[in-house]
Every structure is written in structure tokens, then in C-alpha cells.
Design a protein around this ligand. Structure first.
Ligand code: FMN
Length: 349
């Protein structure tokens, strides 16, 4: 059995049950969360043969930052419930794997402390109703060395979870969340997500921070084009791990349309949701993604093995991907092309 496949069960022994449930859960009926992994496994490959694969490397760059492999860590809350050192442990694990970590605006660690780890990191921002709170958070992230701003756009309201009994919100303590907000100076209304955003939010973020802006939560080609036209440096094809609109299309299915819409532009495409194997990464990059993000696996790895666990997770997935590069006959990620992939239905190409 692969180590990555043991993590969710091993984490259940270490986490309070409501926290484990919170990490695991999808929104509403759990349709999108439930089908994410399986959707990647529906692709089939058309490998090239008689290509020299004696020197293969998974290394690439993401928005100009060199990484050992195209596997990055998605932003998520509650790191301090997985490990006492929270985001610092996650970032240290990512730094050792030469990858990039997304840090949630609902982090339990200050951006200065994240920056002090030396890990390349990207701030994930929710723009909230009280823009001055968002502005302070952006300024703190810039000061902490964030290399990009990830604007999450699939959350005008938080997806409905059907939790009953004790939930993670009953267990969360001050300091485990919202470490980057001014103490006690805000109301719930200030912090409600802005639900009036348009593409001009991208330019506003770029101007305020001087950083590249990546839009997270895009599932359609026409929206991807609107983001690119508004100056996005990247888009993440994501349905938030199935935690927002349940029944949203699987990211494995949405990726080709988005990649096609952005072909020939400078906007990079990434994808997350259900990526658990080298073969999933191979499919994603062949279909036009520059890199993938993993969410839950990183939380499980942090819970089970701390920073070293995160490093091992990224190294294992990178090694699996490198193995796949050899088998598909392509020595570098940049050699991957959509014709390497077909669907299970055996439709003609
Ligand atoms: C526990 C948890 C918390 C999350 N918190 C955030 C968040 O604060 N901001 C955000 O943009 N996405 C958040 N996400 C979504 C992830 O960034 C990512 O889109 C998703 O987890 C990818 O799917 P995967 O878990 O199947 O890899 C969260 C996901 C989980 C599982």
C-alpha cells in the first residue's frame, strides 16, 4: 500500500473526530467531493515510444519560481489543528521539497512567521465586505514576502455543510484561525465575503500588492478568458475540493476547456481537486496545467508526520510523476501535450 493511501485513516487516530470530518467533508450531498479522484482515473494515455527517457526530470517553474516538481500545496485553514506549529510546519515541509505553499487568509500563523521559514508562499485572499481589513491583510502578506495573491472566487457565500453534533467550530480556539486580523476591531459583517466582485478585483489586487494575481475557483473557459483579460497571471481550475456548490463539474472534466481558452496567452493554468497519484498529475499537465495543488493529502501528511510528512508527500508524488514521464515517453513536463490523453469511453480522438 502506498504511504499516501494510509494517511487519512492514520490521521483519524490523531485528530478529534469533528476536525477529521471537517478536513474530509464536501458541501451538501458530497457529490463533487466524492467523484473528484475517480474523475482523474477516467483518463487513458496514449504513450509515445522509442523516445530517449534516460534523463527525466519533473522540475519546472511556476510563475517564475523553480520547483522540484509540479505539485504545490493548496491553501487551507486549520493547520494548527493538524500540527501545533501549523502553517510554519507546513511551510517548512514545503521548503524542504522545493515547492510552493498557499497560505489561507484564515491562517493561524502570522504572515511574517510564514515568511521567516523561507518557503516560497502565495497568499490566498477572500475579499471581505470591509475592504480595509482586506487591505491590511494584503499589506502584511507583501511585507511577509508572499510571491503571489490567490483570489478565491468560488465563495460569495460559504458552501452549506450538513454537519450535525459537535463541529470543528465548537473546538477552534483563538489563535488557530485569523492570526492576521487586527484584534477585536471587526464584526461578523465586516468579515462576510464580498458578493459583489467583478473582474476589476484582479487589477485592484495587482495594483495594491505589486504581485501576480492567480484566480482560484474557475471552472469555465469563458470565465478563464475574462480573468486573463483582466490581467490574471494564473487561474486555478478548482471546485474548492467539493466544498462550495455541490454538483459542480469535476476539475478533471473542466480543465481541458479552461486550458483551451487560455492557449496562447501568458496566463498559467493550474488545477486542484482529487489529485492523488502520479498518473493524475500526468493527465493534468498533458491537458494544459502547469502545476497541480493538493489540499487534503497535505493536511493528512501534516497531521501524521509534521513538516517531514509534508516533504515526504510531495517527494512521493513527484517521484510517481517522474516515473510516469518515463513511461509516457516525455523527459520533461513541457513535452506533455493533450494528444497523450484520451477518455475511457474509447471515443475516436
Ligand atoms: C479543510 C480545508 C480547508 C480549506 N480552506 C480553504 C481556504 O481557506 N481557502 C481556499 O481558497 N481554499 C480552501 N480549501 C480548498 C483547497 O484549497 C483546495 O481547493 C482543495 O482542497 C483541493 O482538493 P483536494 O483536497 O481534493 O486536493 C480548503 C480545503 C480543505 C479540505
Amino acid at each position: 500500500m502506498r504511504w499516501i493511501d494510509t494517511l487519512e485513516a492514520a490521521a483519524a487516530d490523531k485528530l478529534p473526530e469533528p476536525v477529521h470530518r471537517y478536513f474530509r467533508q464536501g458541501a451538501a450531498g458530497g457529490v463533487s467531493a466524492g467523484e473528484a479522484v475517480e474523475s482523474w482515473s477516467a483518463y487513458r494515455f496514449r504513450p509515445r515510444v522509442l523516445n530517449d527517457v534516460s534523463a527525466v526530470s519533473a522540475a519546472t517553474t511556476v510563475l517564475g519560481t523553480p520547483v522540484d516538481g509540479p505539485v504545490l500545496v493548496a491553501p487551507s485553514t486549520m493547520h494548527r489543528m493538524a500540527d501545533p506549529d501549523g502553517e510554519v510546519a507546513m511551510a517548512n515541509g514545503v521548503a524542504a521539497a522545493h515547492s510552493i505553499v498557499g497560505i489561507s487568509s484564515n491562517a493561524g500563523t502570522t504572515f511574517a512567521d510564514v515568511g521567516a521559514t523561507g518557503a516560497p508562499w502565495w497568499l490566498q485572499i477572500y475579499i471581505v465586505r470591509n475592504r480595509s481589513i482586506t487591505e491590511r491583510m494584503l499589506d502584511a502578506a507583501v511585507a511577509g514576502g508572499s510571491r503571489a495573491v490567490v483570489l478565491t472566487v468560488d465563495t460569495p457565500v460559504v458552501g452549506r455543510k450538513e454537519d450535525t453534533g459537535e463541529t470543528v467550530w465548537d473546538l477552534v480556539r483563538p489563535g488557530q484561525l485569523l492570526a492576521n486580523l487586527p484584534d477585536g476591531e471587526w464584526t461578523d459583517d465586516d468579515l462576510a465575503k464580498a458578493d459583489d466582485l467583478g473582474p476589476d478585483a484582479i487589477g485592484w489586487l495587482a495594483e495594491r500588492t505589486g504581485l501576480p494575481v492567480v484566480v482560484k475557483g474557475v471552472l469555465r473557459g469563458d470565465d478563464a478568458k475574462r480573468c486573463a483579460d483582466a490581467g490574471a497571471a494564473g487561474v486555478i481550475v478548482s471546485n474548492h475540493g467539493g466544498r462550495q456548490l455541490d454538483g459542480s463539474v469535476a476539475t478533471a472534466q473542466a480543465l481541458p476547456e479552461v486550458a483551451e481558452a487560455l492557449a496562447g496567452t501568458r496566463t498559467e493554468v493550474y488545477v486542484d481537486g482529487g489529485i492523488r497519484r502520479g498518473e493524475h498529475i500526468l493527465a493534468a499537465l498533458s491537458l494544459g496545467a502547469r502545476a497541480v495543488f493538493v489540499g487534503r493529502p497535505a493536511l493528512w501528511a501534516l497531521t501524521v508526520g509534521g513538516a517531514a510528512g509534508v516533504t515526504r508527500l510531495l517527494a512521493d508524488l513527484g517521484a510517481e510523476f517522474e516515473h510516469c514521464l518515463r513511461l509516457v515517453g516525455c523527459p520533461r513536463p513541457d513535452d506533455l501535450t493533450p494528444d497523450l490523453v484520451t477518455t475511457r469511453s474509447m471515443d475516436p480522438l
